[in-house]
Ligand binder design. Structure first.
Ligand SMILES: *[C@@H]1O[C@H](CO)[C@@H](O)[C@H](O)[C@H]1NC(C)=O
Ligand SMILES: *[C@@H]1O[C@H](CO)[C@@H](O)[C@H](O)[C@H]1NC(C)=O
Length: 369
């Protein structure tokens, strides 16, 4: 029954469906957003709130919260967070943008929290590493694309892959640049992926389309050499020994990351958009040596779990240190589609609705206190 034709969209946020329940009416081709489902939310700060007494010791529950939306979203998407947290007297800022907000406003002086959804979580982490004067106390990643994406062989990636050809692909990368519709289902098992990785090596695409920066090619050399973003944020980019600046930048990013007191990563095997979903818990697909192997060994790619990644083992950007001092938390929530971290959303595999409020209550709210 019933339910919907879930035309799931692939990747970060995007989905088109029609459901008899119609909590959220059929959108255009956004994974998460559509006009009628999202109340108009003022993006101005709740400036009327009294300033807290900053002399007293500040607890996490008093800290302001920033919300980073995902690839196809906008700042109104955090409306459920805004409603709950402002009702409790907290300062909530759906981004757009930051330094203007935090300087000259005493309410941010003792720190704040970043919440990022989907690509927004990757952006939030990049800000944490790049902003030398940040005071982010806790980072909360909701179904974050925080360790790159790759459409691999595991069954859980099928939902995401299905809709690359059904509109999502063209929405994130124009069809004349890469045609996701030009592949048979068999070709979606390695051939498309190898072509997509090759195409994403183009610096012009790297500069213009975030999907190519988020792509984590299992051909490691290629990924390190051609991805302008993710290797750098993961601090695994290659620095020539004499490149003093490059080495200093790594130290700076790691120091900035380690100003965090806590990082919380939430993910669900039923996400349906982030591939692999384990990337939201800082895993990634295993690696191969060449494009040829990417195709011939595609089916044997497996997910490398966080503790086996170079980023963690070599503590490239501070993850292991954060873990060792008790500040790294990861949560797997069953049955949560990508957008349910923000509002009610139909489930991908079964009938029924994933409801935001119970999920918020069980997982996210607790870490904001
Ligand atoms: C955010 O997206 C909604 C739904 O697509 C749209 O109605 C609204 O105008 C957008 N707001 C901004 C600030 O872009
Ligand atoms: C905010 O959400 C939490 C967790 O679901 C709930 O316990 C609390 O009552 C909510 N606060 C308001 C003001 O709605």
């Amino acid at each position: 029954m019933r339910l919907c034709e879930l035309l799931v969209a692939s990747f970060l946020p995007w989905l088109a469906f029609s459901s008899p329940m119609n909590i959220i009416p059929p959108p255009a081709n956004e994974v998460c957003l559509d006009d009628s489902s999202i109340p108009t939310v003022s993006t101005t700060l709740n400036i009327d709130l009294p300033m807290r007494d900053s002399a007293s010791s500040i607890e996490k529950k008093d800290l302001p919260v920033f919300f980073f939306h995902g690839l196809t979203g906008n700042s109104t998407e955090g409306f459920n967070y805004q409603a709950n947290l402002t009702a409790e007297g907290r300062v909530f800022v759906p981004l757009a943008f930051l330094r203007e907000v935090v300087t000259n406003d005493e309410r941010f002086a003792n720190g704040y929290i970043f919440i990022g959804h989907s690509q927004g979580a990757m952006m939030a982490r990049a800000v944490i590493e790049q902003m030398d004067d940040h005071k982010v106390h806790a980072f909360v990643s909701l179904a974050g694309g925080v360790n790159g994406i790759f459409y691999g062989p595991q069954e859980a990636d099928r939902n995401s892959i299905k809709n690359l050809g059904a509109g999502f692909g063209a929405a994130v990368l124009p069809q004349q640049l890469f045609d996701f519709t030009g592949y048979t289902p068999e070709a979606y098992r390695g051939k498309m992926q190898a072509d997509f990785v090759r195409r994403s090596m183009d610096p012009k695409l790297q500069a213009a389309y975030s999907i190519t920066n988020l792509l984590r090619s299992p051909v490691r050399d290629v990924w390190l050499k051609t991805n302008q973003f993710l290797p750098m944020i993961n601090n695994v980019n290659t620095c020539a020994w004499f490149d003093f600046h490059c080495h200093l930048e790594k130290i700076r990013r790691k120091n900035n990351f380690l100003k965090l007191k806590e990082a919380h990563y939430f993910a669900s095997p039923d996400d349906g958009v982030v591939s692999p979903w384990q990337g939201s818990l800082l895993g990634h697909y295993s690696e191969v040596n060449s494009f040829g192997e990417l195709e011939s060994k595609f089916e044997s790619l497996t997910v490398v779990e966080i503790h086996d990644t170079i980023e963690y083992k070599e503590d490239t950007y501070g993850l292991r240190t954060l873990d060792e001092r008790g500040g790294l938390f990861r949560y797997t929530a069953p049955g949560v589609p990508h957008c349910c971290w923000m509002y009610d959303f139909p489930k991908f595999h079964t009938d029924g609705l994933c409801e935001f409020h119970p999920l918020f209550d069980k997982y996210v709210y607790k870490v904001l206190w």
